[in-house]
Design a protein around this ligand. Structure first.
Ligand code: MN
Length: 337
């Protein structure tokens, strides 16, 4: 897994083990298995949040694990140009490369461990696609796309683009050095990641060595989710078993715990988990296709605004792509779950 790694985790700052006398462990509320689907022009995904109530996910809306897939030459796929309004998209590439462009002048190439954080706000068009040389060669592709909601007061903000390089993530470990923790956004025990968000969130990619167990302080006001990217292990003090493609939702408390199985029998030698938490927005959510708003009327308005070109237009310098009219609003990022 080429996402940012270190030779020796013991040189990293260590997060103190939470004091059990004052910090309650968060119980595991549910474990769900992500169904497989196809996104964009047909790349394989797992719908990480399927079957989980929006109240438990708040402020997160949707998450796809893209791959892991080992493409043959000619196979790598991306998305067509498509619109968004009302939230933020976060693309984290663990293996492989994606090129991104948007109608606001944002974009760039992200690869192994990089993140792009796009605030759609009032409206934007964008495209994400593997570079032509990767299409030609094929190869490993693995990443995450996460949607973070915006509160009503921020849904009409101008769009924004953050290019976060893998080496900007705050790297920390636990008291016994059993895990590498990459803080991409928010903070973990005072270690602050580079991503800037409207809604306070914490986003951490954790790699646990076989047999390692970790306990992390977690802001009590945040929700807490753990999605298994690879390997197997357990979640919570109750050590509930989980494996690749499963999402655990934690209940209230101050500590999130995880443990890696002693024997990782899959292609991954480690237990890889994406930890997510955020301040719930607690506003009505109406999600249709690429739009996340507060009311049905605002969804209709978004569709009309998109058709009228008010969410932006494809720039003259656009990378090669298919015709925009092929985009089916209920297709890419359709709220299948
Ligand atoms: Mn998109």
């Amino acid at each position: 897994m080429p996402a940012v790694s270190v030779e020796d985790v013991l040189v990293l700052p260590r997060i103190p083990t939470p004091d059990p006398a004052v910090a309650r462990p968060r119980p595991v509320r549910s474990v769900t298995t992500a169904p497989r689907g196809l996104e964009g022009e047909g790349f394989p995904v797992r719908r990480a949040f399927a079957g989980v109530s929006s109240a438990d996910l708040d402020p997160f809306i949707h998450m796809d694990q893209m791959g892991e897939v080992d493409y043959a030459p000619g196979e790598p796929k991306g998305t067509p140009w498509h619109p968004h309004r009302g939230f933020e998209t976060v693309t984290y590439i663990i293996d492989g490369t994606f090129d991104h462009q948007d109608s606001n002048g944002g974009g760039g190439r992200i690869t192994n461990g990089d993140t792009q954080w796009m605030t759609a706000g009032a409206g934007i068009l964008h495209i994400e696609a593997p570079p032509p040389e990767l299409v030609a060669s094929g190869g490993l592709f693995h990443g995450i796309q996460l949607w973070v909601n915006l509160p009503a007061a921020s849904k009409w903000n101008p769009p924004r683009y953050q290019d976060i390089r893998g080496n900007q993530a705050a790297l920390v470990t636990t008291a016994d050095g059993g895990a590498l923790l990459r803080v991409i956004a928010g903070e973990l025990a005072g270690h602050v990641g580079p991503g800037i968000t409207f809604t306070p969130v914490t986003l951490v990619h954790a790699t646990l060595s076989p047999g390692a167990a970790i306990e992390l302080p977690w802001r009590p006001s945040f929700n807490a989710l753990a999605y298994v990217l690879a390997g197997r292990g357990s979640v919570g003090a109750e050590r509930r078993p989980v494996h690749v493609g499963q999402l655990a939702v934690y209940g209230p408390g101050e500590v999130v715990s995880l443990a890696a199985a002693g024997n990782q029998d899959g292609p991954s030698t480690d237990f890889e988990v994406l930890l997510l938490g955020g301040q719930p927005i607690r506003e009505p959510v109406v999600h249709y296709g690429p739009f996340v708003m507060n009311t049905r009327e605002e969804i209709i308005q978004a569709m009309e605004d998109y058709q009228a070109g008010r969410l932006g237009s494809i720039p003259a310098s656009a990378m090669p792509h298919r015709r925009e009219g092929d985009v089916d609003l209920a297709g890419p990022h359709s709220p299948a779950s």
